[in-house]
Design a binder for this molecule. Structure first.
Ligand code: ATP
Length: 468
């Protein structure tokens, strides 16, 4: 979900195929780089080698790392596999560092479900967070933030050749918001969809924070677009006809020996039920906030490190590494994510960026760092003089430049409505304090909920969506 470089390096043939053939999802090359993921699969690194058994596999595009099919790794699953004697696998939905996710038919309810199967001998910590959140049904501002968090419908373990795998069942989604952007030329959403997505994100974070949890990884790869409510009425055949049948790609060892037990005979690229961003219609803009693998409750546990991609990582993790992460860390990331929803380009470009590059972009946009941080930023002298002026001849993209060239101009160029002056002022006024360098200067999520933009544009749009 978070791979650096790839949007840049993606072979055109793959790009076109993902746009033209609905059965092929866009490769998982989103705005945001994949933190600490070994799943970097651009061509020059295409061979997947199992470090324990020293087995190398032929490259298959857009599948989980095959070398992770080994003891302690993924569980081999294929179409038709029955999980927990109840969930018949129909398609693949995705994969991450720690799991594969499958579309399955629940034999009891006949509904489609998503089954997340973790790597062996691990726990899926998000299940506890989701279960804790699911036991409560608070309402916020008359809107249920709970509806934006995936419910845990069932949980179980699979005993397989690679170990014991934790699994949980939740509702399936169409795909992630980042995938919709990657599948689009414009990488833009309709303005009403932007409002609906941003408002729901704020409500989801408000729900989490009011229940004592920090999400810790709020990027668009973790925001899922819901499927229509009648999706389960499709038979498997209709599903395949409409969206394409799973493609089974043979797994081949480079030494041509037989596959070890625990390695699937075929790998399956994920289904793509999504649409290019500009074609996502208003009624289709219902979301689920997913991937609670980085979530935690700061009252129960102190965490200092953020694993969210560096382009949206809150700056205190760099300059105050001994201070525990607070709810404010989500506020920074949330603002960056709302920016990406609104425009074509992210607020800070993480492509081939180092931490120093991102800090430089932040200073360009917001002005000088707090003095105690400025003193720690040695590399800063490369971009800024001691007195805090940009070094000779360097072009600085201000906050206003970024709003114009990342959001407003691309929207106008693509003939999609841009924010009018009143709404521009309101949304910038909401995001600017969320991006205060010092976490204690950022608003709480409650204050974001009460911002002018949320009250006048966000919440009314969300209410309209709920009653559509
Ligand atoms: N309920 C769902 N419906 C549809 N797709 C899903 C669902 N849950 C997860 N996915 C997809 O599966 C993929 C992996 O999910 P997820 O990111 O939760 O796994 P992970 O192993 O925790 O990943 P990470 O590498 O981020 O830690 C993602 O691309 C996501 O879009």
């Amino acid at each position: 979900m978070r791979q650096p470089l790839l949007r840049f390096l993606r072979p055109p043939s793959i790009y076109w195929r993902s746009r033209l053939n609905k059965s092929k999802p866009p490769s998982r090359q989103h705005d945001l780089p994949q933190h600490s993921s070994p799943f970097i699969t651009f061509r020059s690194m295409s061979v997947s080698k199992d470090p324990i058994n020293h087995v190398a596999y032929g490259y298959i595009e857009d599948v989980e790392r095959l070398s992770n099919y080994r003891p302690g790794g993924f569980h081999p699953i294929t179409i038709g596999t029955e999980l927990h004697k109840r969930y018949r696998v129909v398609h693949k939905l995705g994969y991450g560092t720690y799991s594969t996710v499958w579309l399955a038919r629940d034999k009891e309810s006949q509904e489609f479900v998503a089954v997340k199967v973790g790597v062996a001998d691990s726990n899926l910590p998000e299940v506890d967070v989701l279960s804790a959140l699911g036991s409560d049904h608070h309402s916020i501002s008359g809107s249920s933030g709970r509806d934006l968090i995936p419910p845990v419908l069932d949980r179980f373990e699979i005993h397989g050749p690679n170990g014991v795998h934790p699994c949980y069942v939740t509702v399936p989604a169409r795909g992630c918001v980042a995938g919709a952007k990657d599948g689009s030329y414009s990488r833009l959403f309709q303005l009403d969809v932007v409002r609906a997505l941003a408002a729901q994100l704020i409500l989801a974070v408000a729900f989490l924070h009011s229940h004592g949890y920090i999400h810790g990884d709020l990027h668009l790869g973790n925001v899922l677009l819901r499927l229509p409510f009648n999706f389960s009425q499709l038979s498997d055949e209709q599903l395949y006809e409409k969206n394409g049948a799973p493609e089974l790609e043979p797994v081949i060892r480079l030494d041509h020996k037989d596959l070890l037990s625990g390695v699937p005979s075929h790998a399956i690229p994920p289904a793509w039920f999504g649409e290019p961003s500009e074609r996502v219609s208003f009624p289709e803009s219902n979301i689920l906030l997913s991937d609670f693998g980085e979530s935690f409750s700061p009252s129960q546990e102190l965490r200092y490190e953020s694993h969210t991609p560096i382009s949206i990582r809150p700056p205190e993790t760099r300059f105050e590494p001994d201070t525990p992460l607070s709810f404010s860390s989500d506020i920074w990331t949330l603002a960056c994510t709302i920016w990406s929803v609104s425009g074509q380009r992210p607020l800070f470009d993480g492509t081939i960026a180092t931490e120093d590059d991102i800090t430089c972009e932040q200073v360009d946009a917001f002005g000088l760092l707090p003095p105690e941080w400025w003193r720690k930023w040695d590399a800063g002298r490369h971009w800024y003089t001691e007195a805090g002026n940009p070094t000779n001849g360097r072009t600085v993209r201000s906050w206003e430049d970024r709003f114009e060239d990342s959001i407003q101009k691309p929207r106008r160029d693509e003939r999609l409505a841009a924010f009018d002056l009143e709404e521009s002022t309101a949304i910038l006024a909401m995001m600017w304090p969320m991006l205060s360098f010092k976490p204690e200067d950022r608003p709480t999520i409650g204050q974001v909920l009460e911002s002018d933009w949320m009250l006048r544009w966000g919440l009314p749009t969300y209410e309209r969506l709920r009653t559509w």
